[in-house]
Design a protein around this ligand. Structure first.
Ligand code: AMP
Ligand code: MG
Length: 426
């Protein structure tokens, strides 16, 4: 259902590093193109489809940056106390309309329009008022001409680009757009992601748990991760390990969505029929990525039952932690790229490891950790509990992933390691 081009990928097993896998995915994708107009209050997290151009100068007038007195800075004389007679008051939203003559000043509030003839504001705490004459007295050297005046258009010129296309709209951007008097923006349509879990042993949380079965957790954690990214989720539920059921669900998924996100069914024991089925639908590559957790992973374009419908398949491993880690490592940036977002670099923290970590070079490892501040103020990270690929609790207790790169060897106590934080400020 989308405008995806042909894939450069070849089907088959590939041994790849994390970096190679990420680069291969990024090179294959082109963003979707549809857009829509949304009101400002609905725009948070959406991707701008076009630059936001300012229809006004911001600020619209020269105005005061301080509470104080506005006057003509040319009247300041070096080395002597300058005196100005106040002749009125300028409030934010209520300008002083009169003329300001030589030796005169106007009491002014922050944000008030600068009166004609004034170009300088002395903050009230930096001047004195003569008890007898009421004159405002400014000692030499306290202020220079032009200070504490915000100039018309200094934040943004009329016709200037306030926000670039590709920006994922943040709270401050909503404020910035509102400050221009704009009430709606053109955003990319949401990326549609069809999501399902595979496995005969899986039950929905609202079903009885039959012998030997487990509850499907991946669909819920992945749904949350997709929602955080502003994606539209098409929930296709649970699918049994059965070629006909899988085929039918994939057909529905490709017809409805830009991306098909699955978990389970790509590990060695189960991959054979999945592989045969996917081979008939597109050019999906099965990768053995040199990483832990999350080695089995499949990616590529799938053709639908009607001509010209294609979706990108991201088939994640079934183990709950591996599914989430591979989502963050491979799918997150790819989905943002497809959604038309300009990538913001992930800020990587370096923290001291509180324990030794055994690691051999030649694969990337992602361990669950908790970052905290040590007594000396430095950031430190502790690995949370058991690191088994199926143990969600230690992922839930974590606030970060400790990322040990492809070439990295074992870590000693106190060594610095890279950390990807789960939550940020905005
Ligand atoms: P698979 O990749 O299908 O071989 O699954 C690997 C492990 O993850 C097995 O123990 C599965 O039971 C488990 N698993 C697969 N899918 C899910 C799911 N959606 N929720 C929880 N566990 C799962
Ligand atoms: Mg399975």
């Amino acid at each position: 259902m989308s405008e995806l081009g042909p894939s450069p990928l070849m089907a088959g097993d590939l041994n790849l590093s994390v970096a190679q896998a990420r680069a291969t995915i990024a090179a294959a994708l082109t963003p979707i193109t549809g857009s829509e107009s949304v009101g400002l209050t609905q725009a948070l997290g959406r991707v701008l489809a076009a630059d936001v151009i300012s229809p006004i100068a911001v600020p619209a007038h020269d105005n005061s940056a301080m509470d104080g007195y506005a006057f003509a800075g040319a009247r300041l004389v070096e080395g002597v106390t300058s005196r100005f007679t106040p002749i009125g008051t300028a409030f934010a939203g209520a300008a002083f309309a009169g003329e300001v003559g030589a030796g005169q000043c106007v009491r002014i509030m922050t944000g008030a329009v600068m009166p004609a003839g004034c170009d300088t504001v002395v903050p009230q705490e930096l001047c004195g008022v003569d008890a007898g004459s009421g004159a405002v007295c400014i000692e030499p050297g306290v202020i220079r001409r032009g200070e504490n005046r915000r100039k018309r258009g200094e934040d943004l010129a009329l016709g200037g680009c306030a926000l670039p296309a590709g920006r994922v709209i943040r709270p401050v951007d909503l404020g910035l757009i509102a400050s221009l008097g704009i009430t709606s923006v053109t955003v990319r349509r949401r990326l549609r992601v069809a999501l399902f879990s595979t496995g005969n042993e899986l039950r929905s949380p609202d079903q009885p748990l039959d012998d030997g079965c487990i509850y499907d957790s991946n669909r819920y954690s992945l749904m949350g991760a997709l929602q955080r990214l502003g994606m539209e989720v098409v929930d296709l539920g649970l699918v049994r390990d059965d070629p006909a059921a899988l085929q039918a669900t994939l057909d529905i998924a490709v017809a409805q969505a830009d991306v098909v996100l699955t978990s389970g069914g790509v590990s060695v024991g189960e991959a054979d029929y999945t592989r045969t089925l996917l081979a008939s639908m597109g050019e999906v590559a099965f990768w053995k990525v040199a990483m832990r957790p999350g080695r089995p992973f499949a990616f590529g374009p799938l053709r639908g039952t009607t001509p010209d419908t294609t979706s990108w398949l991201f088939a994640l491993p079934g183990n709950p932690v591996a599914a989430l880690v591979t989502f963050y490592v491979f799918a997150r940036d790819a989905l943002l790229q497809l959604a038309g977002a300009t990538p913001e670099p992930l800020v990587v923290l370096q923290a001291r490891s509180t324990a030794a970590i055994r690691k051999r070079p030649g694969r990337s490892e992602f361990q669950r950790g908790r970052v905290s501040q040590a007594a000396d103020g430095a950031w430190q990270v502790e690995i949370t509990g058991s690191q088994g690929a199926g143990i969600l609790r230690s992922m839930s207790e974590a606030n970060c992933l400790v990322v040990l790169g492809h070439e990295q060897a074992s870590v000693a106590v106190g060594d610095r390691v890279d950390v990807w934080l789960f939550d940020g400020l905005v």
